[in-house]
Design a protein around this ligand. Structure first.
Ligand SMILES: [Zn+2]
Length: 371
């Protein structure tokens, strides 16, 4: 009788242990500590906003060489039907501009759209139409908004597992050059923009970052260091970058839109993190970019301090127009205009720096196509 009881207890005990192994094994919960604090930024953060009336450079000549546009969007079709004629029109316009490769990625808020998965198919179709001209980044539509919601409402571990599995499959597929545009702090700067906000030490975010780093893929991140009212998130974002590099020293990070910080901080970030790149957007409408440090004044002239940084560290920047194809407010011809502005901006730089920024960096790091 006693023997039987002991046997029973032993059996029960084994079942409990086995069950425990199964749950922890499925999400690797031992890999990362939960609630890792955000460290202090690893450089002295300049918190004064730049004077919008400061010195600029006027371009006398424009850059005429090839361009790789490394940060572009294409909204999912609003009626749910992929329009081949529209995709062909994109290719035509891009061809006219002298852009050799154009890299599409979902916006940080794309996952809010009910038809965001059609957006994935649409971008793949565009890629199939011209594999030389089109590049793709993946993930933001099924990652960013989920992270925002999960931080607020909690999440099931299984949901995170599904995302990690899908991302892993996407990154092994050879169809994508990287992951993006992942939003972490994305505020309402104008109109009806939807907010994305969660801290960089949120555990599911760190797990996703770890996977991207392990796969050695590029990661394009949109992180606004100051909100439109002037509230600073610089400690969270720059401390967050430090945290990402402490956990993933080989992370290949691209900060969207020159980090949306001033050129002094941009320089300090680039000096501190050698694997980090930035892409350059031209935003002339400063009221749409409050506290986010546009690189040009409202006339489109490049600020002298940014020009100096681009000339001094040209191997760390790429072009990223942030064009939004498929959006009603974005007419096809606007793309020609955006590229013209880029060419004028590049024309103010040293010719060698302009070439690196216009296409050589992106060609070496993202695109494996010869042209
Ligand atoms: Zn962005």
């Amino acid at each position: 009788m006693k023997k039987r009881a002991i046997k029973c207890i032993f059996l029960l005990f084994s079942i409990v242990i086995l069950a425990g192994c199964k749950t922890s094994g499925s999400i690797n919960s031992t890999d990362l500590d939960t609630n890792i604090p955000i460290p202090r930024p690893a450089f002295e953060v300049e918190k004064e906003r730049s004077n919008p009336d400061r010195a600029t450079r006027i371009s006398l000549e424009q850059y005429r060489g090839p361009i790789i546009d490394a940060h572009v969007h294409l909204d999912p079709p609003s009626d749910g039907h992929i329009n081949d004629a529209y995709l062909k029109e994109i290719l035509e316009v891009v061809g006219e501009t002298g852009v050799k490769t154009i890299i599409f990625m979902p916006t940080p808020n794309e996952g809010r759209r009910h038809n965001h998965e059609i957006g994935v198919k649409q971008k793949k179709k565009l890629f199939e139409l011209d594999r030389q001209r089109i590049g793709l980044f993946c993930g933001s539509n099924y990652i960013t908004y989920w992270l925002h919601k999960a931080f607020r409402n909690g999440y099931k571990k299984e949901e995170l597992n599904v995302i990690l599995k899908r991302l892993s499959k996407d990154l092994d597929s050879n169809e994508y050059m990287g992951v993006g545009e992942i939003g972490i702090y994305h505020f309402r700067k104008h109109g009806n923009q939807k907010v994305i906000q969660y801290p960089p030490n949120f555990e599911p975010f760190l797990r996703i970052m770890k996977l991207i780093s392990e796969k050695q893929m590029w990661l394009d991140i949109h992180a606004e260091p100051v909100d439109p009212n002037g509230k600073s998130f610089e400690e969270q974002i720059f401390g967050g970058i430090e945290l990402l590099y402490r956990l993933n020293p080989k992370l290949k990070l691209i900060l969207s839109h020159t980090g949306m910080t001033n050129p002094l901080n941009a320089r300090r970030i680039l000096l501190k993190y050698p694997n980090l790149m930035m892409n350059i957007k031209i935003e002339k409408k400063h009221q749409r970019w409050r506290n986010l440090e546009p690189v040009v004044n409202p006339e489109g002239e490049l600020y002298e301090d940014w020009a100096k940084l681009f000339n001094e560290m040209p191997e760390r920047f790429m072009i990223g127009t942030d064009a939004k194809f498929g959006r009603k407010s974005f007419k096809m011809k606007k793309y020609n205009k955006l590229i013209k502005q880029m060419r004028r901006m590049l024309g103010t730089l040293n010719p060698d720096a302009a070439k690196l920024i216009a296409y050589e960096n992106a060609k070496k790091r993202l695109v494996n196509v010869d042209f």
